[in-house]
Design a protein around this ligand. Structure first.
Ligand SMILES: C[S@@+](CC[C@H](N)C(=O)[O-])C[C@H]1O[C@@H](n2cnc3c(N)ncnc32)[C@H](O)[C@@H]1O
Length: 183
């Protein structure tokens, strides 16, 4: 990241880094039995978490607003003998009709840009099946609590779990559900 931010002109290409929160989420998903589940990954970058879900047996759609990221994600899947589908999709101009077809939505390190929170929450609301859940990870970013407050106002609740460190980075898993579906 130090090299990237010094060398980048324009927006920093965050997608080029496999973030610790993504590695942590991938490890958890890879240990789950996800056969029969349809999973949407938002802000996938190079697709590490989505690949973890594919290891668990899920049918995975990885999305990002940077097409180059998805090309790398698909290449990563091929090299690991996994299958994922990939589609360029920006939360602010979501290209899919609202059809609530995913059992789970996953995303790692995607709650850092407040201007995008409402759009991301709309994608969550429209893409998740009734009874589904959303697994987001991050290293404990301050901005994530602002995202959670927006989510709370939109009818979501969440629980937090601490995952093993990735190198020196802490990783937190936030599991969101619609409040009226809370068990
Ligand atoms: C910090 S990176 C995390 C990448 C990956 N999830 C990981 O953990 O390695 C954030 C990702 O979100 C994507 N992103 C940011 N804003 C987005 C938007 N409005 N729509 C879709 N993707 C977006 C970026 O392109 C980038 O790949």
């Amino acid at each position: 990241m130090d090299v990237l931010s010094a060398a980048s002109q324009g927006p920093i290409p965050y997608w080029t880094v496999a973030w610790p929160a993504g590695l942590g989420l991938a490890r958890v998903l890879a240990r789950e039995d996800l056969r029969g589940m349809r999973i949407l990954e938002v802000g996938a970058g190079v697709g590490v978490s989505g690949l973890g879900a594919a290891v668990g047996g899920a049918e995975v759609l990885v999305t990002d607003n940077v097409p180059a990221a998805l090309r790398v994600a698909v290449m990563n899947a091929r090299r690991n003998a996994l299958h994922v589908r990939a589609a360029a999709a920006d939360w602010r101009h979501w290209p899919f009709r609202p059809d609530a077809r995913f059992d789970r939505i996953i995303g790692s390190d995607v709650t850092y840009e407040p201007a995008a929170f409402d759009a991301l929450l709309t994608v969550m609301q429209e893409s998740l099946k009734p009874g589904g859940d959303i697994w987001l990870t991050d290293p404990g970013r301050i901005m994530t609590s602002a995202f959670q407050q927006r989510a709370l106002a939109e009818g979501w609740c969440w629980s937090t779990a601490t995952l093993p460190h990735e190198g020196r980075q802490a990783v937190f898993l936030y599991t969101f559900r619609r409040r009226n579906e809370k068990e």
